[in-house]
Design a protein around this ligand. Structure first.
Ligand code: AHG
Ligand code: MN
Ligand code: MN
Length: 324
């Protein structure tokens, strides 16, 4: 058996990224090993179930949302390269007293509704440059996704995997039994074409007309305008659904819908959409709000901003634009 490269070896050989960014990535990767252990321990450690409180997103928190948030927060606060952090589970940003270095935004446990039924969940993170002349304020976090210096996710599934992009390329690492990250997926690329879509079909009646038209075309299969049959998957953990797209192509959509017309979508720009969009674009896919507008070009206006998401195989994302 050939020896696989460790994350440390991979980072050492990655000359285009700043060493301090690599330190931040290592801290996050180590925290995610801890998260994987507590997620895997489930009912044994008594960590399943609801926490009995509502978070800033107006969503019911699971015990594991809080436990995983604390693991990442504590690890990042101890990292000298981190000046500030923002989490889906925290109302406000937190600073570390450092000036310069990096800001980290994260979704500590993505897909947490799946955790009690033992279906894949994940962690998503984004690393941004911190201001160099003052302690970060909330406004300093509101940078377009193109400014990210690193982004990644960890999927806690049959295998625990870290998928990472720094200055270029997307690399996948599998966690060993010893808790070491080993490079198993070199230069991940998303196929340009696909016949698999992911959307929560139970919201169909609430969608806007262009989304209905696009999905309707897929559902008609060989007999419809697309002339081919489509398959559908919806895990309801963005990390797991996007990971499938990374591995075998596909399109993932969480569009605006009429249930709450004032909400632009469900997914959060800074914790979910931006990091996933950087990873998808780096792997040759497209990440948009509607098939056209690139998520990475959006100027965020608030920390917990939500955004519609249409991402995945490039030609299929173009199809959404063409159908609209
Ligand atoms: P989170 O658990 O971090 O709040 O995120 C859940 C998100 C995302 O992971 C997933 O794609 C989507 O919610 C599923 O939503 P539905 O339950 O509406 O399908
Ligand atoms: Mn999430
Ligand atoms: Mn979450």
């Amino acid at each position: 058996m050939t020896t696989l490269k460790t994350l440390a070896d991979h980072l050492a050989a990655e000359r285009t990224a700043d060493n301090a960014v690599k330190d931040v990535v290592v801290v996050i990767a180590q925290a995610c090993v801890q998260i994987s252990r507590v997620v895997a321990s489930g009912a044994i450690s008594g960590s399943l179930g609801a926490a009995g409180q509502i978070n800033v997103q107006d969503e019911e928190q699971k015990k594991l949302d809080i436990i995983t948030n604390d693991i990442l927060r504590d690890a990042l606060k101890a990292c000298p390269a981190v000046a500030g952090l923002a989490s889906e589970e925290l109302e406000a940003i937190e600073t570390t007293g450092q000036v310069g270095g990096f800001l980290v935004t994260f979704d500590p446990l993505d897909g947490s509704s799946n955790v009690d039924v033992n279906v894949s969940v994940g962690t998503i993170f984004s690393v941004l440059p911190a201001p160099t002349d003052h302690e970060p304020t909330e406004a300093d976090f509101l940078l377009p996704g193109r400014r990210q210096v690193a982004a990644g996710y960890v999927v806690y599934g049959p295998q625990t995997m870290l998928v990472l992009t720094l200055a270029k390329g997307v690399f996948g690492f599998t966690m060993s039994a010893e808790g070491e990250w080993l490079l198993t997926h070199d230069a991940v690329a998303i196929s340009a074409d696909t016949a698999e879509f992911a959307i929560n079909m139970s919201n169909q009646r609430h969608w806007a007309e262009p989304v209905r038209r696009y999905i309707d075309g897929c559902l008609q299969g060989k007999d419809g305008p697309r002339g081919k049959n489509f398959n559908m998957r919806w895990v309801a953990s963005m990390v797991a659904d996007v990971h499938r797209v990374m591995m075998r192509g596909g399109i993932f959509m969480y569009p605006w819908d009429q249930r709450e017309p004032d909400k632009p979508g469900k997914l959060r720009l800074l914790y979910e959409a931006n990091p996933m969009s950087l990873i998808v674009e780096r792997a040759g896919g497209k990440a948009t709000t509607d098939g056209k507008t690139a998520i990475l070009d959006l100027q965020p206006t608030k920390l917990h901003q939500r955004v519609p998401v249409v991402l995945g195989s490039a030609n299929e994302v173009d199809q959404v634009a063409a159908t609209a």
